[in-house]
Design a binder for this molecule. Structure first.
Ligand code: AMP
Length: 219
């Protein structure tokens, strides 16, 4: 099962990907998380990436495509994966198709999560991420057992700089201009499923299962 999760920043696609990944043993591959790992290494590349991300802009197609290619070559991605935050441009979508084709694979379904801006803003400003393992929480909707501490690995939680309001507006603009055309790309391929993500996680999550079952991807 090779899936793509798409949605405007704040829609919670990372959270649903995390849950589906745990339930079905498929790796959740987040290009945002791979980039944040590069930043943590303190490399020159990481420093450049950090500036771009904090401005709320997109990193170059070449760089993310290269990172994704090496991540997809690892063992755990051979039986399937959930892409979270990739592709974000039509160029990336084409590069992904070309890459998968080489190993006789393809994307089976693309889930587009949709919710109004007011809901997204509330989710983003309350979002907290684990410094070590990247697990996502929300101060109100999905708090950790102990405030500021990751349930899974005990590390500190933090608020991403790009989750502050100024950067959010910039990221939404990038979404409108560069990512929306990706939906059309997959709609033409007949792979697009829309999921109403305006409610609680407990209501949204089962809809993912329904969409995948409908396509014969889940038993
Ligand atoms: P995310 O965690 O998915 O919200 O990604 C955080 C930031 O990383 C984005 O705002 C972009 O600056 C960068 N990024 C993540 N994935 C991509 C991608 N596929 N293409 C370009 N930039 C990306």
């Amino acid at each position: 099962m090779n899936l793509v999760f798409i949605g405007k920043q704040g829609v919670g696609k990372g959270t649903y990907a995390q849950k589906l990944s745990a339930e079905h043993g498929l790796p959740q591959i987040s290009t945002g998380e791979l980039l944040r790992e590069e930043i943590k290494t303190g490399s020159d590349l990481g420093k450049k990436v950090e500036e771009i991300i904090n401005r709320g802009e997109l990193v170059s197609d070449e760089l993310v495509a290269e990172m994704l290619k090496s991540r997809l070559s690892l063992d755990d991605a051979q039986k399937g994966f959930i892409l979270d935050g990739f592709p974000r441009t039509v160029n990336q979508a084409k590069a992904l198709d070309a890459l998968l084709e080489k190993s006789g694979k393809k994307i089976q379904a693309v889930l587009n999560f949709v919710a109004p801006d007011s809901v997204l803003l509330e989710r983003l400003t309350g979002r907290r991420t684990c410094k070590k393992c990247g697990t996502i929480y929300h101060t109100k909707n999905m708090p950790p057992k102990k405030e500021g501490i990751c349930d899974k690995c005990g590390s500190e939680l933090y608020q991403r700089d790009d989750d502050k309001e100024q950067a959010i507006k910039k990221r939404w603009q990038a979404y409108e201009e560069q990512t929306k055309p990706v939906l059309e790309y997959y709609r033409k391929q007949g792979k697009l499923e829309e999921i109403d993500a305006s409610k609680e996680v407990s209501e949204i999550y089962p809809k993912i299962g329904e969409a995948l079952s409908k396509r014969g991807l889940l038993g």
